[in-house]
Design a protein around this ligand. Structure first.
Ligand SMILES: [Zn+2]
Length: 92
């Protein structure tokens, strides 16, 4: 638990730098969260719907090949929150 005391010490000894440090982390989080629209650049964090795509290799007849583990991609449908743009796109 030493790291906690180091953080508390840091917070009291250098409150200004601690504030900048936390503000930077929160700023970075707000900057990177959500999905960027290709058309207008607006970031939208709400996922409208998800779709699972099975990418497990199958046999020639289309049946499941037991040698492979189940793999797949979850596609997220994002609707741009910019009302003027109204763009909808899919992302992983
Ligand atoms: Zn948009």
């Amino acid at each position: 638990m030493d790291i906690i005391w180091v953080l508390i010490y840091f917070l009291f000894e250098y409150p200004f730098f601690a504030f900048i440090f936390f503000a930077a982390i929160i700023g970075l989080y707000l900057l990177l969260k959500g999905y960027k629209c290709d058309k207008c650049g607006t970031r939208t964090s709400e996922v409208q719907s998800t779709r699972y795509q099975d990418t497990t290799p199958t046999k020639k007849d289309g049946s499941r090949d037991k040698r492979y583990n189940l793999t797949g991609i979850t596609w997220k449908t994002i609707k741009c929150k910019n009302e003027k743009c109204d763009n909808t796109w899919e992302t992983v």
